[in-house]
Structures are given as C-alpha cells and as structure tokens.
Design a protein around this ligand. Structure first.
Ligand code: GCW
Length: 635
C-alpha cells in the first residue's frame, strides 16, 4: 500500500529550532500558552541537545511571562542571557517564535533591546470551508489546496493532527484568530451555531493552545433556517432574544469565542434588507448579543447588485460598498468591525485602495485580503502578493483579515511557494511596516534555506509578472466565468456581474470620472480624487480602472495603451519561461517532492501565461486593427 504523502513542515522545519534547542532555557510563567511554550522548547531540546533549566539556574535564554493579556514582549540581553520578557502568556509565545526566526542571531551578545507588539489587535484568517461538499463550489469555496483541514464527510474530521500543526504555523506568524466556515453559510453550516457547536468547540480547544481564537460565519436568517422563528428582522424582540440566548450558549461551550462574521445581502445571502432595515441595524443586533463578552461582529462591506443589467451604464459595482456603508458611519456599535475588501471590486490583481477605508472615521474597519489566489493564479502560478498589500492603509485599521489558502494538500497551499503569502499576512498584520521582500526573505530562510537566490529570483516580482500577462492597466477580470481561471476577455462583458471593460474598436476602460463617468473617482479624499480624475495624472497601472481611453492614448511611460498591452504580454510570458528554466536548473539542493511540485506548476503557469498573452494580444489587435510596432507574432 502506498503511504500518504508526508505533510510539509512549511516555515517550522525541525532545523529552525536548532539555535534554540541546543541551549539552556529557563521558562517562567503560568498558563496554557506558557505550557505550549514549554512543550515547544522541550521538543526542540530533545532534538538538539539543550535542556530546560530549573528556576534560578543560569540559562542562555530566559523566557519570562507576566500575567496580562497583552501580546507584546521585549527581547534583549541581560548578562550572558538572551531574555524575552513578555507582557503575558500570548506575548511569550510570540517571543518564542521571534527567537526561532532569528536563529543564532538571537544569542548574539550584541543583541539590542527591542519591544514588539502587534499593530493590529485582530489578525484573522477566514476559511471559506464548507462542512459539506457544495455541488458547485466543492468543499472549500475558491480553494486550490484540496479539501478542508477541518471538515470531512459532513462533520469534523476525526484526526485533527493537521489542525494542531496549522495552529502552530499560524501562531508563528502572529495570527490570533481563525474563522472555521465559509461566509456563504449553507444549511449544514448554519447548524454549527447550535447543534453543531460541539465541533466548533473541539476546534477552539486546539487553536486555544496556540493563542488563536475561533470565529464563526453565521447566517443572518439563522433564526428562521433553524426553524425557531418566522422572521429574522433585526429589530424584532423575539429575534433579538434568540440571538442573545444562542450567543450565551456559544460562550458556555467556548468561553473565549472570538465572534461572528457576516456576509449579508450579498450574492444571495440573507440580510436586513428583507425587513426594510439597514446594515447598521443588522450588525448592531448581533453586537448587542455579543456585548457581554470580549468578542466582535465582523460585518462585511462586500455588498453590491449581482443582478445588474450590463446595458445600464449608471450602475458601477466599484461604488457599491461606499454607497451602502459610508452613510452609516458612526451608527455601528463599538464591538462591530466593518470588514472591507482591499479594493473596490473584488480581489483583482490591481485595484486602487477601497475608498471605504477613508470614508468611515467613526467606525472600526478591518481590511480583507485574499490569500487564496482566486484571481491571482489559483496557486498554479507563482504570485507573491505582499508588494500589492504594502500600499494599504493598514496601520489605522482595527484588524487585518485574509481568506485562507490552506487545504489538506501535503504542502498546505497546493503550490509550495504560495505558503509565503500565508506567512506574510500574519507578519504584516503584526507589523504593517515590514518590507514585503524582507518578509519573503524570512520565509525563505526558514522554509527553504538552501534556495535563497533562486526563490528571490522567482518570487520577488512575481505579482508584477502575473499582472503583465493578464488583464491590462487595472481593467480587471477578463477571466473565465465561474471558476475564474485563465483568459476570457468578454467572458463577463454581457453578464449581470458588473465587471465590464467596455472595449470597442476605438478604446477600452471604464469611465469612473466625476466629469463624464460614474463619479467613483470623486469618492476619494483629495488629492487622490484629483489624481484619479485626470488621465494625465492617473497612475498608468490604474488608467483603465478609471478611464476609457483610445488605444493610441500615450501613457506616462511614453508608450501607447495598445503597445503597452502587446509589450507587457510578451514580456510577462517570456519572464515565466525564464522562471521555469531557472527552477529546472536549481534541481540540486531541492527536496525532490518540492522540486517536482513546483516544476509541474511552472509548466502550467507557462502554458497559461502564453494562453493569456495570445488571447489578450489577438483580442486587442482585432478590436483596434493597430499592429505591434515590434512586428512580433500576434495570431
Ligand atoms: O470573489 C467573490 C468570490 C466568491 C466569494 C465572494 C465573497 C465567498 O468569487 O466565491 O464568496 O467573493 O467574497 O463573498
């Protein structure tokens, strides 16, 4: 019988614990997370010959936790020892992983004292996992790494070893919360709130040992779906009582439960609109039920009309979240966090920052990223995303949330190199000021220490490369409808989804100006509104997001739009061919399973990049009739 493939150790291979595990370590403090630290250290010492010292004994590393709930810690030198002095047990765990990341450098006698604490209090990965296998979306909606690590055959998995491994990996990045089910809450998953709660409590028990709190996506119509009431009206007393009682039971089962996540009145999910109420009414009802506890409602701002008529030029999907939510600023209770996708459309490769993030000063906001690569190559393409995220105003947010990319695949993320995005999201939630390439370097050094050069070569500019061969200049989409993989320029052009590019024989792009378009550009504060309003100042990479321009419009780069399309598509596909060659020649020091998986994905990336190149180039050549100035083959 063939053995199941071994689960990859990701950024915590045993060797990452060498520096720590070969030393004398004293641990001071009490509680579950201190016990976790102790068992991590014991395991490392068992492998590398170090030991845990008794109180008072001299040590190379002192891990000392005070008793607060703060996640911060100090690291520095005291005499002959490196000391991690943590505010509390959670801080000690984060401090331990800081020591792991630094390796030998953590024991340098010249180590300068530093204080670390998370910039954002909430750092959460949302799983779009279904308990059942959904007939269209499969088990994990937009999942590219196999089945769910939590759920199987309609219930919690029996073997939860991987969940513990996952909790450990996430804790090492700084993540402190996980949502265990999809925001599209189907019937079975609605029951997780009540009769399925025991299963959620089991997961919470595993995550708790790594300082991670569990959240649940809830169905706004739960009181009706679960058969208890005939309305879900948020202002109805019986409904409010139902949520209060149900929430009490949740906290009886899971005392440190983190909160509810809600997708309401969006893409067919139920919500307050059915009852003539608004999103603040809906969110505040759940906030009232959660008020006695230290927990939050995350209410998603991803609300738009998905039954738009493509002939209707007055509706602009990019405006939707702003139009629905900005007028509600100041009406949300303190324990509500409005969760905003980073761009105004939908996790495209290039979008401007959502204007909602600047429009609600009296509301707690969280930014939502998509680590699962729905629109960025579905973990078949190498696409290191943090350079895109680094432009977001994260520091002022109440939380950073990201859709997880993890499944039961032996590499966790399908593409082994996609692990880097998962690693980075935790690190950037902790410290948004980190340089994305420095974070990549950290991930490489921990995960594939022998491959620094080749992986930087493949990954540093991989997002820009992906952008080059896909939809041009911020126009977005052009993907195959439904599964969203591969090119289909007009695939969404005459559909109800509001994701149009308006290419005709003269030009392409969406006029979102105030002067002649949908007015979206005017939703930004100055100077951004002015910058985007004018073709002359709009950044090239967003030109077609904001403007409909002729093909011979000259970009700030000096190239025409049509020539830019040709040039970038040839360059992007060529770059992928180079990445593939580079990887194949790196065979020597690489684990054969990793090598084979990455090689197979690069073959597909190249096939796909050439398909994108040829379809986009031919499409625009046929529309515009303008030949490539460099005379290359356009079919
Ligand atoms: O990008 C779209 C996805 C849907 C997803 C939705 C959302 C969970 O195509 O699959 O549904 O976004 O964010 O709610």
């Amino acid at each position: 019988m063939s053995q199941p493939p071994e689960v990859h150790s990701a950024w915590l291979p045993p060797s990452a614990f060498r520096a720590l595990g070969s030393r004398r370590i004293r641990i001071e403090g009490r509680g579950l997370l201190v016990d976790t630290v102790r068992s991590e250290v014991a395991q490392a010492c068992a492998s590398f010959g170090g030991r845990i010292c008794e109180p008072g004994e001299p040590a190379d590393l002192v891990l000392d936790a005070s008793v607060t709930s703060s996640e911060g810690f100090r690291i520095g030198r005291l005499g002959e020892s490196t000391v991690v002095a943590a505010d509390g047990p959670a801080g000690l765990l984060h401090g331990l992983f800081e020591v792991v990341r630094r390796g030998e450098a953590a024991f340098d006698p010249a180590l300068a004292e530093e204080r670390h604490e998370p910039a954002l209090p909430l750092r959460v990965l949302d799983h779009w996992d279904n308990v059942d296998v959904h007939p269209v979306m499969g088990q994990v909606e937009r999942g590219y790494s196999g089945g769910s690590i939590f759920w199987r055959n309609g219930r919690l998995r029996e073997d939860l070893t991987r969940v513990r491994g996952y909790a450990r990996l996430l804790a090492a990045t700084g993540i402190n919360a996980v949502t265990v089910n999809n925001v599209n809450v189907h019937t079975t998953e609605t029951h997780l709130l009540t009769d399925g709660l025991g299963q959620v409590a089991t997961l919470a028990g595993i995550f708790r040992a790594y300082g991670i709190r569990v959240h649940l996506s809830v169905n706004f119509a739960a009181p009706v779906i679960l058969g208890d009431l005939d309305t879900a009206d948020p202002l109805d007393d019986a409904v409010r009582q139902w949520w209060k009682r149900t929430t009490e039971r949740v906290f009886e089962a899971i005392p440190d439960f983190g909160g509810y996540l809600v997708k309401a009145d969006s893409e067919g999910q139920p919500g307050p609109f059915t009852y003539g109420r608004d999103h603040a009414d809906g969110a505040n009802m759940l906030a009232a039920a959660l008020a006695p506890y230290d927990a939050v409602v995350r209410w998603r701002a991803f609300v738009y009309n998905h039954r738009q008529d493509w002939r209707d030029r007055t509706t602009d999907r990019a405006r939707a979240a702003f139009d629905h939510f900005a007028p509600l600023d100041g009406r949300f209770d303190d324990n509500v966090i409005v969760q905003v996708k980073h761009g105004p459309m939908d996790f495209q490769t290039r979008e401007p920052v959502s204007p909602v993030l600047f429009a609600m000063p009296y509301t707690r906001l969280a930014v939502e990223l998509q680590v699962t690569q729905e629109y960025t190559g579905q973990q078949k393409h190498v696409c290191y995303l943090p350079p895109m995220w680094s432009s977001l105003p994260l520091r002022s947010a109440a939380g950073l949330t990201a859709v997880s990319s993890v499944g039961d695949d032996p590499f966790w993320t399908g593409h082994p190199l996609a692990q880097a995005n998962l690693y980075a999201v935790g690190r950037l939630g902790w410290n948004p000021g980190l340089d994305p390439l420095a974070v990549l370097d950290e991930w490489i050094s921990l995960t594939f220490p022998g491959l620094r050069e080749v992986l930087h070569d493949l990954m540093d500019d991989s997002w820009q490369t992906y952008e080059q061969y896909t939809a041009p200049l911020g126009v977005g989409f052009m993907v195959r409808p439904g599964h969203h993989y591969g090119p289909d320029v007009d695939g969404y052009e005459y559909t109800p989804w509001g994701t149009y590019h308006f290419a005709d024989r003269d030009g392409v792009g969406v006029d979102r100006t105030v002067a002649t378009g949908t007015g979206f550009a005017g939703l930004y504060p100055k100077p951004f509104s002015q910058l985007y309003e004018s073709r002359a100042t709009c950044p090239d990479e967003l030109l077609l997001f904001f403007h409909h321009v002729p093909y011979d419009h000259v970009l700030q780069s000096g190239t025409t739009v049509i020539q830019h399309i040709y040039d970038t598509h040839f360059a992007g596909a060529e770059r992928v061919a180079g990445m593939r060659e580079r990887w194949l020649s790196a065979a020597g020091p690489v684990d054969p399973a990793v090598h084979a998986r990455v090689a197979e994905r690069l073959d597909e990336q190249l096939r796909s990049a050439e398909e994108w190149r040829d379809q986009i180039n031919t499409y625009f050549y046929r529309k515009s009739g303008i030949p490539d100035a460099k005379g290359r083959t356009i079919h």
